[in-house]
Design a protein. Sequence first.
Length: 237
Amino acid sequence: MKEYTLEVIEVIHRTPKAISVRMEKPSGFHYDPGQWALISMQIDGNLESRPLSLSSSPTEDFLEFTKGITLSSFSMAVQESRPGDTVTLKGPAGILVYKGDAPKVTFMAGGIGITPIRSMMKYLADTDGPPGQKNLLYACHSLEECAFLDEIKLWESDDPGLTVTHTLIQPHEGWDGPTGFITYEMIRKYIPDLDEQLFFVSGPPHMVGCVVDCFADLNVPRERVTLEELTGYEGMV
């Protein structure tokens, strides 16, 4: 993987527990929507690295990664990032890629797992993606912690083929949508034509494992599923 030293141009607090860092996009850097890169930052004189999904789309003129806030030293460094700082990036890499080549597609995200899915959905929105059926099933602790919520609402209103379902672990008063983790029953209820869907699943290991078990019970063929486990978020949604 090629290495780049990039300048931070903006830091965006997406939710109380998620931060996006935008960087200049180097000339000639190409990646597919949904891919990740190895991000390195100086921490107490040492270079520490993490594989992080790019939340930006190839259609945008910047690179961006979005990280969930944890207690790690790397997470603290991300929170303290400021415009003008430098970040080392190696990449791109990863197979969780979708560019609109299926008539029916379902994205499933758990918490910060929305990051690569945002990249893919933004790409579809910018390129007038296929007119077919698209679904997003997004599990968060609360609506406040659902990153990119306003963008997702806009895409849903603009695209009659897109259906978005949020499920909340800790729903607020008056919430009338589904609650809890993504389950077998939830997939059956909100995702039509299971035997025709192409699935992209991204989230913490426990969430991805649970969805894989659901797919087995639903007889969803493994070749129709692409997975990405986000390490470092064990125990989260």
